[in-house]
Design a binder for this molecule. Structure first.
Ligand code: NOJ
Length: 568
């Protein structure tokens, strides 16, 4: 099947295509990347100190998860000041140095914008608490009176995304809405000052040379809170058709249309990618070129390592991206989910219809007796390498998460005392949360923190991290890091044009696709080796540019991806 390439018609393909359409974007979780000042928390100067590593990796852009002042109630997604650097992580001057160091290596910089909620330490929220009920300051957030005697019952029974009630009571008896942690009060997007302030923030970072923005929960900003407020059960039963009171409302796109004016007032235009957990059919609204321009799809990340699931995900999402004139995005790991090397090394738990077991933190491992007895590390890493090469060959942008280039696994057995994620605490430990993918990176095989910093690490690293150290992998030809470097280096030649053509392989386990410039990618998702000549109909005469495992003769091993360079 051929996916129609809309990009040329829109003047967006070829040499002049905007950089973001087919970029490899590397996500950095700043507190866990590199710690220059040895306080146990990664920092901005730490990232700068690794600029050569990032340059050698061959990525096109770095996306920085929040580095703003924060009490870290939700790993920095509780922002106390949108236009500053957390003093624990450095200064604005450090940030400028980082941008300069990355730009000097041809790497763009994307920062995270968290508009649905601020931190409860934000000056607006402190002001709202002090100013009392009915004040203009409270109107920047969502305050309501409670119900029942003395208003001691929350305004509604709404549940926060991290578990527990979505309302918190303040000293004078009013309640405020927090869709996530208690420390993350939702902002009131009906308030003109809120809107104006985010425009100021976008300009602030754009003026500092930032190239693009990742928009946190982009589908939740605007809300219809007219009385009577519905119950949680009523909310759950309502269609998400643009008129739902809380989610994916049509009017959120008025916000993004305004932001688009801001992005386009820069040369080159600033970019944005939406994190929007919405019905597929509505994703193009976010990816629209009049809106944010691109949207994440998390379908690959939710798929099992299985040929048909991957094929459907790719076909559907390319079609969807074409609808909005955008390019597709692909993600296998990020700071919210179990690392893909680990997901693929666990037994498939069996999918409930519509269920999302892989992404739901691999919770099954706890229910069935702990991760280690069930985790096949080597299989997980092997499949992860194959899936990554499959992804990096696809048209569109690939978003990579720090540490996946090392084949790093989830740290599944963090002690309860060490955990930080509010999901763990608000679910009384039932949900392990996301700390396991946020443990600081191992740079060297030894040292107190494996080269992360001079002293302790804010989340403890297990002894086995030594086996994944970047410094060891750098000099090793067959390491996962070397594979990522080769793939990202070759990727620029591969990513011309935005088409993909599936080629039949006569095997249910093997996917094969061709790019317009003749590059081909073949993945064997099965465990049994297959005859390459057979699945490529003689394609073996061509040059193998790269493979996720060593190839001998005409045999494609199980769980392996091969890149074929174009015929000369
Ligand atoms: C999505 C982010 O990826 C996640 O880490 C965060 O907890 C929530 N949004 C709330 O900001």
């Amino acid at each position: 099947m051929t996916i129609t390439d809309l990009a040329p018609a829109l003047g967006l393909a070829g040499e002049n295509a905007p950089w973001w359409r087919q970029a490899a974007v590397y996500q950095i979780y700043p507190r866990s990347f590199a710690d220059a000042n040895a306080d146990g928390l990664g920092d901005i100067a730490g990232i700068t100190s690794r600029a050569d590593y990032l340059g050698a990796l061959g990525i096109d852009a770095v996306w920085l998860s929040p580095f703003y002042p924060s009490e870290l109630a939700d790993g920095g997604y509780d922002v106390a000041d949108y236009r500053d650097v957390d003093p624990k992580l450095g200064t604005l001057a450090d940030f400028d140095d980082l941008v300069a160091a990355l730009h000097a290596r041809g790497i763009k910089v994307v920062v995270d914008i968290v508009p649905n909620h601020s931190s409860d330490q934000h000056e607006w929220f402190r002001e709202a608490i002090d100013a009392g009920r009915g004040s203009a300051a409270r109107d920047r957030y969502i305050f309501r009176e409670g119900t029942g005697p003395d208003g001691a019952t929350p305004p509604t029974d709404w549940v926060s995304a991290f578990g527990g009630p979505a309302w918190e009571r303040v000293a004078d008896g009013q309640w405020y809405l927090h869709s996530f942690a208690i420390e993350q009060p939702d902002l009131n997007w009906a308030h003109p000052e809120v809107r104006a302030d985010f425009v100021r923030t976008l300009r602030f970072w754009s003026d500092r040379g930032v190239d693009g923005f990742r928009i946190d929960v982009a589908h939740m900003l605007t809300k219809d809170l007219s009385e009577p407020l519905p119950s949680q059960a009523q909310l759950d039963a309502m269609p998400q058709d643009g008129l739902h009171p809380l989610l994916d409302r049509d009017d959120v796109h008025e916000v993004y249309a305004e932001w688009r004016q801001v992005f386009d007032s820069y040369d080159p235009p600033r970019t944005a990618v939406a994190e929007a957990w919405v019905d597929k059919a509505r994703v193009p609204l976010y990816a629209s070129q009049q809106g944010l321009g691109q949207a994440f799809n998390f379908d690959l990340l939710e798929a099992d390592f299985e040929a048909e699931q991957f094929r459907v995900v790719v076909t559907d999402n390319l079609a969807l991206a074409a609808e909005s004139g955008s390019s597709s995005t692909w993600v296998l790991s990020n700071h919210d989910v179990v690392r893909h090397a680990t997901r693929y090394g666990l037994p498939h738990p069996g999918r409930a219809p519509g269920g999302r077991p892989s992404v739901k933190h691999g919770l099954e491992w706890v229910l069935t007796g702990g991760v280690e007895p069930q985790l096949d590390r080597e299989t997980g890493e092997r499949r992860a390498r194959a899936a990554t090469l499959f992804m990096l060959g696809l048209p569109g942008s690939s978003y990579l998460y720090q540490g996946e280039e090392l084949g790093l696994h989830e740290v599944a057995d963090l002690h309860a005392d060490d955990r930080q994620d509010p999901t763990f605490f608000r679910s009384a430990g039932a949900d392990f949360g996301r700390d396991g993918c946020r443990v600081p990176l191992p740079w060297t095989p030894d040292g107190a923190t494996f080269g992360f910093g001079a002293d302790g690490a804010h989340l403890p690293q297990p002894a086995w991290f030594a086996d994944y150290a970047a410094s060891t992998q750098e000099g090793t030809e067959d390491s996962t890091l070397s594979l990522y470097r080769r793939a990202l280096g070759l990727r620029h030649a591969l990513q011309t044009g935005e088409q993909l053509e599936w080629i039949d392989t006569d095997s249910a386990d093997v996917l094969r696709y061709r790019r317009p410039n003749g590059w081909e990618v073949v993945t064997n998702f099965g465990q049994a080796p297959v005859d390459l000549d057979a699945v490529t109909a003689g394609g073996m005469a061509r040059e193998i540019a790269l493979s996720s495992e060593p190839i001998e003769g005409a045999t494609l091993p199980g769980e392996t991806t091969v890149w074929f360079a174009p015929q000369r």
